[in-house]
Design a protein. Structure first.
Length: 214
């Protein structure tokens, strides 16, 4: 049985075989103040059932459960990812409160008014497309600084914070360059791709190989 303990109070939820804590009022008040709908669903579900599964998050209309969990963590509620047995006997991933102290004073992401969002896009250096935002979320969620050290200076020198002057990517020694071939340049790309395929390697690997020869 998966056990959730928070200040010693528990009650039983039989649907997932988990112990459901009696949440202290101060924490419930903090949860009631959450306006992020995705985070609020996760928090309310954990208060009610002790855990919330990724399947439940998906069924509620939120297609990326790890993003929902990150919303909650950014609000200062530490979560732990676990495996639980569903009623059909299948193991599913789920989130519950971590047994450490709940952090206070953090502010999660919020939905910006369109006018403010447009102003940010107009002036910002690092506004991400959907695909890059998913990559950033994955890197951040697995970064040792985010998980343990929580040093803002490490974040400031990350690629995802400053792509023109970074020293690492999620604490890994990496450098990235995005190349785009346009118009007549497409023929150059096709030639590179053909050479790469003949050598049984990817286009990026082939470009690195050419640079090493130079």
């Amino acid at each position: 049985m998966t056990s959730l303990r928070l200040r010693g109070f528990r009650r039983q939820d039989s649907s997932l075989g988990t112990d459901v804590p009696k949440i202290p009022k101060v924490i419930l008040d903090q949860i009631k103040a959450v306006t992020n709908k995705r985070a609020r669903f996760v928090l309310d579900s954990i208060v009610r059932n002790g855990v919330v599964t990724t399947e439940e998050i998906n069924n509620a209309g939120y297609e990326h459960p790890p993003r929902a969990a990150r919303d909650v963590r950014e609000l200062g509620f530490p979560l732990k990812t676990i495996k639980v047995k569903h009623t059909n006997g299948r193991s599913v991933a789920a989130y519950k409160f971590d047994e450490g102290e709940l952090q206070a004073g953090k502010i999660g992401r919020c939905v910006l008014p369109k006018k403010l969002r447009d102003e940010i896009i107009h002036s910002a250096d690092q506004v991400l497309c959907g695909s890059c935002n998913r990559k950033k979320s994955w890197d951040c969620e697995h970064c040792q600084n985010w998980l343990h050290e929580k040093n803002p200076d490490v974040c400031r020198h990350c690629y995802w914070a400053e792509p023109t002057g970074y020293t690492h990517v999620a604490m890994h020694q990496q450098r990235r360059a995005e190349l785009v071939w346009i118009g007549d340049e497409v023929r150059d790309f096709d030639r590179l791709k053909g050479d790469a395929e003949r050598n049984g390697i990817s286009v990026p690997q082939h470009i690195k190989h050419i640079l090493k020869k130079d």
